[in-house]
Design a protein. Structure first.
Length: 250
């Protein structure tokens, strides 16, 4: 999806359901989409459970919001985050929200924010329930933000990781929606459509850094660069004729 780096973003973190170990990388990821003008983390900071978070809050200028667990079995942290999010939304002080959690309880919040015309970026582990992922404009799995591959493997071994969607059907569907009459689609249009269809789509989920690199690895696709007048080039993609014929035969 196209992003506006001038967006003012509210980063609201459910510390009970997010990893402090990737927060620095997560904030760097947020900076790709805009400026984090609000950074808050919610939890019961009197407990040892959030000790790892306490060590990074001051360093990264994240405001801790204290929320006592008044009743066993009820998540007061979620309620506090949601109330604050609605206050920020109605204050009209930001252009979008970054919701950091692997909890499906924020599905309706994400939907409500988008109904108001603001963008929602979600951040959570691959165990995040699909409804929350789908409710966001863009969802980033935090495993891909880990600096070291071994850290990612270790994290995946500790939780039940959802299987990534099959790549080929996703690409072909997006190409069908964006291709011109000659069958070619620009890489930027293709990327936007992929994210629109699948908010969690990210080339990094499939082991590469860039969308163009991922497309070039697909043997059923042809990728070309079209020179522009300013000396730059625009990348275009289409399905190889042999692949098209094979899919029709199947």
């Amino acid at each position: 999806m196209a992003t506006n780096n001038n967006q003012r973003l509210a980063v609201l973190i459910d510390a009970d359901n997010a990893q402090a170990s990737v927060i620095q990388e997560l904030l760097a990821e947020v900076s790709r989409y805009g400026t984090a003008t609000i950074k808050r983390a919610y939890g019961d900071w009197t407990t040892q459970h959030l000790k790892s978070w306490k060590e990074v809050l001051h360093k990264l200028a994240i405001q801790p919001i204290q929320q006592f667990a008044y009743t066993t079995g009820k998540n007061a942290t979620d309620s506090a985050l949601i109330i604050d999010a609605m206050d920020v939304l109605h204050a009209d002080s930001v252009d979008g929200f970054c919701l950091v959690s692997s909890d499906s309880d924020f599905t309706r919040l994400a939907t409500r924010i988008r109904e108001a015309g603001l963008v929602v970026y979600g951040f959570g582990e691959r165990k995040t329930p699909e409804p929350f992922v789908a409710a966001c404009d863009k969802f980033v799995y935090t495993e891909i933000l880990r600096a070291k591959p071994e850290e990612q493997k270790e994290a995946e071994a500790m939780v039940e990781v959802a299987e990534l969607p099959k790549l080929k059907p996703m690409i072909l569907t997006a190409l069908n929606a964006t291709a011109r009459e000659d069958g070619w689609s620009s890489l930027s249009a293709l990327g936007s459509q992929l994210t629109r269809n699948h908010p969690a789509f990210d080339p990094r989920n499939y082991g590469v850094a860039k969308l163009g690199e991922l497309m070039r690895k697909q043997t059923y696709l042809e990728v070309k660069e079209v020179p522009l007048g300013d000396g730059s080039a625009q990348v275009h993609v289409h399905v190889r004729r042999k692949a098209v014929a094979g899919s029709k035969a199947g």
